[in-house]
Design a protein around this ligand. Sequence first.
Ligand code: EPU
Length: 435
Amino acid sequence: MFVDSTFWKGTIMQNEIRVFGGIPLNGEVKISGSKNAISAILPALTLINSETESRIGNIPNISDLQALCNILEEIGLSTHWDREAKTIKIHGLITNNYLSEENVPKIRASSLFLGALLAMTGEVHMPFCGGDQIGVRPLDIHFYVFEKFNIETKIENGYIHCHATTFPLKNTTIYLRYPSVGATENALLLASRASGTTYIYNAASEPEITDLAVALTKMGAKISGAGTPIIRVTGVQKLQPIQHEIIPDRLELCTFLLALICTHGKGVIKGGIPEHCISVLHTLIDSGVDIQYDSETIHVDATRGYYKPIKIQALPYPGIPTDVQPLLSVFALLCNGNSIIHDTVFKDRFTYVNEFMKMGVEMTQLYDHLWINGPQSFTNAIVHGCDIRAASALVLAALCAPNETTVQGYHHIQRGYENFKDKLIHLGAKVSHSE
Ligand code: EPU
């Protein structure tokens, strides 16, 4: 298997990016494949259990995927990640459903191996999954889904032990108390192998769910309603190998759009699906940003900027993504007047606020609300990003500040953005990265 030498193995690499800000970005940027879509589809390939190969394309070169490939290998499958060709090829048979502490705690998406292995073997044992430190991230809704499929869950010595009392699994009806992305994905995995038709009500409708449903449908499951709150799945006993291209990353698209806007730049974003970012695009358009878009391209001109303040709530799709709220805070600081940012999804996702304050701006946070009175300017500092989106928001802030700002925690960005630094350089930014 291909091994990335830069991949962190449990110890944090405090690598940093130095940004020489105050330069308007300009030019064209191409969006890579979606981190969160491939993070769901790789575990789903466990359902195939075949010596014939599956091939997934448009794979972004991000470090989170190495942990997923390692888990697939631990289960018994063979993976080949060709970074040049942007493909991962997978085949093989499951030989193990007892996962070690080595890879699972590194990423949140490892929770999907619960559903995948339960669907295939009726049993799974694994440590708790990890992921970004963005507040409490319980698994109770996942366990509720398991219960509906007659799966018992027990937590012992930091391990999750699940066992199906009826196997093969039987169809069920599920109402999710909250449209959790991960719990919906686990429900889809289980239902795709269960007999009969399963209904999932109040399902998450994020584009990554739809992409997972498309992949499962290619494998042979019969799925309707993905992308809406009611999904119907008729399972099959044997799922087939597939070829599939991952959808573009809507969160990367929003990041580069905001980088162009916040630096008063001008550019074109290609290779994304603007419709997946409607809430963000229209928040910015309503605020006064000159944005034109069609089905696959966005033109933005922020060279003449007077923007109205924004009042936003991060919500499940198609609302404003929680992942974009830290980036929208940078924009709110440029707007004229009082902006309000409210995160209803991850209520503690405001770790970047302290770091912004080190850069000389004022904002008031109370619980899940943030008040920002703009316009304000950033000054230089050494700051630290402690999750993917906080770190990318800090780089955006640094691009707005004059002179040199150091953003530590660049390894978080490498977990979720392909060639982030090089894409910024291509747009005219002056940045350098050291480990
Ligand atoms: N929740 C529960 N119980 C559960 C599951 C979730 O209370 O059993 C709560 C969470 O605590 C949170 C809310 O539900 O308050 C949303 O969590 P959800 O399960 O929808 O999120 P997730 O599956 O853990 C995925 C993405 C996140 C993204 C969220 C929301 C992946 C690997 N991660 O996480 O992406 O922020 O959906 O859209 O798909 C990122 O890319 O930076 C990132 C963190």
